[in-house]
Write a protein that binds this ligand. Sequence first.
Ligand SMILES: [Zn+2]
Length: 495
Amino acid sequence: MDIDQYRKNSEDFISKLEKEYYLHFSGIKEDVNFSAIYDEYDFLFSLDNVEYLKTLKETSSGEQRKKTSYLLKFCVEGYLQGKVKSLFDQICADEANAKVEVDGKEVSYRYSEVILSNEANKEKRDLIDDRRNEIVEKLFNRNLVRYWEELHLQAENLGFSSYVELFSYLKDEDFLRLKEDMEMLLEATQDMYEEHFGSFLEKELGIKLEDSRRSDFSFLRRAKKYDSFFKKGCLIDLFRETLLGMGIDLGKQPNIHLDIEEREKKSPRAFCSTVKVPQEIYLVVMPIGGQDDYEAMFHEGGHAEHFGCTSPRLDFEYRYLGDNALTEGYAFCFEHLMQDRSWLVDVVGFDPDDAKGFIYFSNIVKLWFLRRYAAKLKYELILHSEKEVFGKEGAYQEILSQANLMKYPWETYLKDVDEGFYCTNYLRAWIFEAQLKNYILEEFDYTWYKKKKTGDFLRELWSYGQKYTPEELLREIGFKGLQIEYLINSLAFKK
Ligand SMILES: [Zn+2]
């Protein structure tokens, strides 16, 4: 196997895939050709390549091992994808075509989620939720069982005891250690969550925790009352202005293409496409306004700046692959401006009292997500520990409901699962970001977001692409690695 050629081909493959993704979801191109791209490059993901890279990983050390490890993960993921390709296409097509009845009208399954999050009437919301869950059980679960069991089987065929063990090996992560941290987080925030989330839910929606469902959160989070602060027309300028405050001029970053054109088929959710790192990055937004829209834009903007400022001299592995907890951490770094009092008053134009109320809300939402992902890790470790997925719906419902204190539907036990333990990237990113923010606040104080020095510091971190893990970067700036206590401490909030 010619590793240099392998890198080159892999880069071309990712570029083509990302370009296709960009063109389709930005609404420029209607049809998609993902499977044609996979077919063209399926030679990258052969069992021979998997075995070659695995042996190389096991016999090398230091930087060589790290790069090989990133390549191996990429190769195995492609190999697994190939095994479930047609099932995956079927599941996507079923989801795109499924219809749900809402108020006597047929709407698409996907769009019904938007209707649900805007429905103020609890009874109607429950009804939409029930219908959606019926569809999941009736139309999706049969194929999802086959999908996950096939992946579990493939993990065993590759010589691992389970999918858990395979991904722990590929990501070089100790999932059990992280799970212990998450149990600590769940315990440390239990009373605070019950008190604050419980009273907030009752005040805003008139629902008691014990009567609530997960779907009530979608409406709570929508928080229409804050829409007037987060107008559709101000989003882009506010983002530009925030970056400019840190000395980063989006107008002078021609490699970051800001796509804000309105197109009928454009994804309403912001996203970032890394077609060529760092030469061709797309930040795609169709502003609709509201706090969640702003959050999504700042999150994706964090990804775009990270990859757009990555050094072109780095090897392929460090520009495209590597530890995604890092890029998620940089994305959170911007997203969490939404909990930054000083920025809200200074840049968004909140008066201090309104800011207080909004931050309270925003922190509650953050805590909800953290607890949800902590529970997801606990559940996914059970789901992926053996080949069979039969009977796991009880564990799903119980673990998730216990963490959020809202009733989860059992039906989504296979749908509400990310590939390859992506949940650990978010969890580690949350810890990483809490520590990074702690450092930034100490170095540059609470007005960090309007200091060129902060921009210079972030740009230096971004230039390393994904060469270093969050643990390694944190050690460089004086921490002991990922330390859960920083995240727990950042969550303490007052009414
Ligand atoms: Zn992200």
